[in-house]
Write a protein that binds this ligand. Structure first.
Ligand SMILES: Nc1nc2c(c(=O)[nH]1)N[C@H]1C(S)=C(S)[C@@H](COP(=O)(O)OP(=O)(O)OC[C@H]3O[C@@H](n4cnc5c(=O)[nH]c(N)nc54)[C@H](O)[C@@H]3O)O[C@H]1N2
Ligand SMILES: Nc1nc2c(c(=O)[nH]1)N[C@H]1C(S)=C(S)[C@@H](COP(=O)(O)OP(=O)(O)OC[C@H]3O[C@@H](n4cnc5c(=O)[nH]c(N)nc54)[C@H](O)[C@@H]3O)O[C@H]1N2
Ligand code: SF4
Ligand SMILES: [Mo]
Length: 917
């Protein structure tokens, strides 16, 4: 058996190695999994002997990583083996950790939650899910929260790419990376803004550098820091943090000024560009330089490079998203690509590098306070759709919520959960405060304002951590009771699908059985559901073996409901087939060239329309009209109506090749099929399903048979219509992307011209803007503080700082300071400093004196934890589960500020004061 698996999974040199090992004590089995760190999705080949994970290799056949791994991927075995993992359930009693059984833990947690539910309502328990869960677990957690009766559920995407999802989906339909890492091989220019892939997506550099070398593609990197990515750039643009809209409009100014935009493309496929042009006219080189600090001559050069090297790709990441006006930034990037006519082109697109290994999947599956799985909004129709998929009684489901209004109201975002604890009840749009908090695969030190979080943790009735590690949640607060740590198994101790940045799904197999007393997250969900008495309902369509819900049944259940984004064709069988035949996929197009998956794109990137039986190949490049829809082509989504102020919002003179409708068209409904006379193509079963979902009014999103999609595609049409992208989002606070100064800005002179928003209440909580910006903090806190990543560590860092191979590489928390500032402060490299925040917190860290940051700018990595305002909290971890490396969390010193659409936290532009310690 082991030998057979090895034969299918391996090729080339690695086989020899496995055989050599097998000569020892028993067969070595090679098991395919996927790295659990970032969204590149590198294949891991685990070597397992007698149930023990003894070695690992990178996957050579994977089109994503081609045999490469970064330091994190190369040491994932240590993550599973994890000597410093949480080994059994623990409970805090009188300030000490005590080992308890799973049964006791679930009973006590459950009783407490039911008590809170009784007194304060279901919204007083917060379910914080995870981008670390596989798709099946993520889906289950979202469904679980619905069955509990709350929208107070969220995950890392909120503080990661929420502003991307909102901005991009509202521009052209889907809020995801449009092309892929691999497709960058086709790029004639690469424009990276606010991303440092050399550290954050290391293996993606394989693909970036291929374009640079092979196509002589200029690499333009716009970043306030001279990063390891910038070190590869042909053109490095240093600019002031928080000024992305100004920078992009400053580039567009040259494009419009010279008439370099793609006028025909815009006429056919873009709405509102004239309004953008009028706004861009204000961003002449002088004004752009005044705001961003970048000279006009450089931006003219950048504009010319992008214009002369089409199609080019635009890549962005956290530097653009994590701002109070992050949604403006992401839309500005889209507008740049639309102006250049680069969207829907191989080599073009917006290559939005997602973060965690499964943040794309967890977002798609709706582990969010504002959507259901598949981006179905919180509304009666969506709930009814999912109730149909779940076989659930809608009224029963509605009865689980405090009331119908809250069932359809956005929950509290993770960025603000602690305000949900601390805010005066009467100021909140829910019956009571948050009283119980569940961190189900999420760090606390990844959120700003840690001092406030500490206070909130102390005020809670109950704090539950479900994680392979105790995390900073175990030590940040001074609680003595009411804290439970439940050991989750890692993704190497279970199996299921995971969605990489490019929307491809990959399938992991179980490497080893859950270690210690850990349990996989779907098992933990089952135990909680059972305690709450709804397990029969929750798992109605899902086989449960003992206490383990069958993963494949979970996949099949979401396949039956995710019509909006085409997560319907990716059956477990098709995904496993792709994993077993990775070598047959082309490394640039991702399309299988012969073999059992011939013609399909690797991992069936969504939308993979219709049912699995329909055999759609997935869509590698979104909005590409050069391919028939049946082969992965499509126009922009018709999502914003058909007309705006008399303008036609549908595409004009552009349609996917092979379309029988040679024009724009709205999204498909049964009525439309009838009008076109195509309804006769429906089978009887499809007709019945459509009848049950509203007949003529039934649309492509709620037809559980997939018939409407099948027939539309048969006639060459995209089920979601064929429209123009919109550059003006009239439903947002800033319909045209606007520069707004950060809340904490050193440029008081710009506040009058570019003020922030008025304070307002949304997502159940009062949210401050102007009342912070009004005060001048710059006098006492003169230095801009930004933050981000180091290649060795991930997120809050508890996993990676507990990994001896990685911990060795970065042993001390630091702040980057420009030599000029250091000299003015009398600071030498390596000396300790206090970084003070304008909100009264401080962190003690080492100074790293470096030109990487500009004068007046400081940078801190955010992966450290376990120190708090100078105090070492090591003694507070459960025995033997403290990470090797501890340090101050940058987020202790990071401040208030939330995006005006999504409540993304502002982690890239605030102020601080640095003093020698
Ligand atoms: N200052 C600052 N703050 C930031 C950012 C920044 O740039 N600057 N970036 C933000 C961004 S983009 C993000 S995405 C967040 C990231 O921050 P987080 O996602 O909060 O950080 P991680 O520490 O990776 O948290 C994931 C947790 O999941 C656990 N885990 C791993 N596998 C499993 C599993 O299978 N099951 C369960 N139950 N748990 C598991 C890990 O042990 C870990 O504790 O940080 C945000 N915070
Ligand atoms: N090693 C490692 N890899 C990771 C992760 C990790 O924690 N560690 N996390 C994963 C996750 S969750 C994510 S989301 C990605 C994030 O990946 P990236 O976004 O690439 O990482 P960051 O370092 O947070 O931010 C990128 C850059 O934004 C710049 N920046 C700061 N302020 C601004 C600004 O105002 N405008 C612009 N345009 N840029 C600015 C910073 O200088 C930084 O170089 O990485 C993923 N990969
Ligand atoms: S962290 Fe990302 S780039 Fe590194 S091995 Fe894992 S998936 Fe690949
Ligand atoms: Mo992220």
């Amino acid at each position: 058996m082991g030998g057979l698996a090895a034969a299918t999974a391996f090729s080339g040199g690695s086989v020899r190695k496995a055989e050599a090992a097998a000569a020892g004590k028993g067969a070595v089995e090679i098991i395919k999994s996927v790295c659990t760190h970032c969204s590149v999705g590198c294949t891991v080949l685990a070597e397992v002997q007698n149930g023990v994970w003894i070695g690992q290799e990178p996957g050579w056949d994977s089109p994503f990583n081609l045999g490469a791994h970064c330091a994190k991927g190369a040491s994932v075995r240590e993550h599973a083996h994890g000597e410093r993992r949480l080994k059994y359930p623990m409970k805090m009693v009188g300030g000490k950790w005590e080992r308890v059984s799973w049964e006791t833990a679930i009973n006590e947690i459950g009783d407490k939650m039911l008590q809170i539910r009784e007194k304060s309502g279901p919204d007083s328990v917060y379910w914080l899910g995870s981008a670390k869960h596989n798709n099946e677990q993520a889906y289950l957690v979202r469904k679980f929260a619905a069955y509990w009766g709350t929208n107070n559920v969220d995950h890392q995407a909120r503080i990661c790419h929420s502003t991307t999802v909102a901005g991009v989906a509202n521009t052209w339909g889907y809020g995801a990376m449009t092309n892929s890492y691999n497709d960058m091989h086709n790029s004639k220019a690469i424009f990276i803004i606010g991303g440092n892939p050399a550290e954050a997506h290391p293996v993606s550099l394989l693909h970036v550098l291929k374009a640079k070398e092979q196509n002589n593609a200029p690499l333009i990197v716009c970043d306030p820091r001279f990063t390891r990515t910038a070190a590869h750039a042909d053109e490095y643009v240093r600019f002031r943090p928080g000024t992305d809209v100004a920078l992009i409009f400053g580039i567009l100014w040259h494009i419009f000024e010279n008439g370099w935009e793609d006028k025909e493309y815009i006429r056919q496929r873009v709405w509102g560009m004239d309004q953008i042009k009028a706004e861009v006219a204000k961003w002449n080189p002088e004004e752009t330089e005044r705001v961003t600090g970048v000279p006009g001559s450089q931006l003219k050069r950048v504009a010319r490079l992008m214009v002369n090297n089409r199609p080019g790709t635009v890549v962005w990441c956290m530097g653009g998203t994590q701002h109070t006006n992050g949604n403006n930034n992401t839309r500005a990037y889209c507008i740049l690509q639309l102006a250049l006519g680069n969207m829907g082109k191989e080599g073009g697109g917006t290559n939005i590098f997602r973060g965690h290994d499964n943040v794309q999947g967890a977002t798609d599956l709706g582990v969010l306070q504002n959507t259901l799985p598949g981006y179905y909004g919180l509304a009666d129709g969506s709930w009814k759709h999912w109730a149909r998929v779940w076989g659930e009684d809608y009224d029963w489901l509605a009865g689980r919520f405090a009331d119908k209004k809250l069932m359809n109201a956005d929950g509290i975002p993770v960025s603000r959960w602690f305000d949900g604890v601390l805010e005066a009840k009467e100021n909140m749009d829910q019956p009571d405060n948050i009283r119980a908090m569940v961190f189900w695969g999420h760090a606390p030190n990844s959120q700003t304002r840690l001092k406030d979080m500490k206070a909130a943790m102390e005020k809670l009735d109950l704090l539950v951590v479900i994680d392979p590690y105790p995390t900073v949640s175990a030590v940040l607060h001074d609680r003595t009771d009411g804290v439970y740590l439940l050991p989750a198994a890692t993704q190497f101790e279970t199996y299921g699908s995971v969605t990489a940045s490019n929307r491809s799904l990959q399938w992991r197999e179980t490497v080893v059985k859950p270690l210690f007393e850990s349990k996989p997250d779907h098992v933990i969900a089952f135990l909680l559901a059972k305690k709450f008495g709804f397990e029969d309902r929750l798992f109605r369509n899902i086989k449960v073996n003992g206490e383990e819900p069958l993963i494949e049944d979970l996949t099949r259940e979401f396949n039956r409901g995710m019509w909006t984004i085409g997560y319907t064709g990716q059956s477990p069988e098709r995904l496993r087939l792709h994993m077993a035949n990775q070598a047959t996929f082309d490394r640039t197009t991702l399309r299988a060239n012969g073999g059992p998956a011939d013609g399909e794109f690797y991992g069936l990137p969504w939308p993979c329309w219709g049912t699995a039986e329909m055999g759609h190949p997935g869509s590698a490049v979104l909005y590409n009209v050069d391919l028939p829809v049946a082969e992965g082509g499509m126009g922009f989504r018709a999502r914003f109506g058909v007309e705006r102020n008399g303008d036609n919002l549908l595409a004009e003179g552009s349609w996917p090749v092979g379309s029988e409708i040679e024009d724009g068209y709205p999204e498909f409904t049964m009525a439309m099929l009838k009008k076109l006379g195509w309804d006769s193509d429906l089978t009887d079963d499809e007709r019945k399903a459509i009848e049950a979902a509203g007949g003529d009014k039934c649309n492509w999103k709620i037809d559980l048979s997939g018939g409407i999609q099948r027939v539309a595609i048969k006639h060459g049409c995209a089920p979601y219509g064929n429209a123009k992208a919109r550059t003006v989002v009239w439903t947002f606070p800033d319909p045209i992307p606007a520069h707004r100064e950060p809340l904490y800005t050193p440029r008081r002179d710009l506040v009058a011209d570019y003020p922030t928003y008025d304070d307002r209440k949304f997502m159940r909580l009062p949210t401050l803007y102007k009342s912070i910006q009004e005060k001048d903090f710059a006098k006492d806190f003169p230095t801009i503080l930004t933050s981000g990543r180091l290649v060795e560590y991930e997120g809050g860092g508890d996993e990676t700082r507990s990994n001896p191979w990685l911990a060795e590489l970065q042993q001390e928390m630091f702040v980057e300071v420009n030599p000029r500032d250091a000299n003015n402060l009398g600071l030498r490299d390596g000396e300790m400093v206090w970084v003070h925040s304008p909100e009264g917190a401080k962190v003690k860290v080492a100074a790293m004196v470096t030109e990487r940051v500009a004068p007046g700018v400081a940078f801190m990595p955010f992966h450290f934890g376990g120190h708090f305002e100078g105090k070492d909290l090591r003694g507070k971890y459960p025995h033997g589960a403290d990470p090797y490396v501890l340090g101050e969390s940058s987020n202790t010193a990071q401040t208030y500020g939330y995006d005006s659409v999504t409540q993304m936290q502002e982690t890239k532009a605030t102020l601080c004061r640095i003093e020698r310690a």
